[in-house]
Design a protein. Structure first.
Length: 45
């Protein structure tokens, strides 16, 4: 399953599908933001 920028996908770690950078959401109200490294908008857990 993949996740896109803007989703409130819940507390977890998400891996950028392009550069494999890890984005961490530490609150259930956080929304997934574009990858800080490559600006990609698709992530996987
Ligand atoms: Zn990236």
């Amino acid at each position: 399953m993949s996740y896109t920028t803007g989703e409130k996908s819940g507390k977890d770690k998400y891996k950028c599908t392009k550069c494999r950078e890890i984005v961490v959401l530490d609150d259930t109200t956080d929304t997934l933001h574009p990858c800080l490294t490559c600006d990609n908008t698709e992530f996987k857990k």
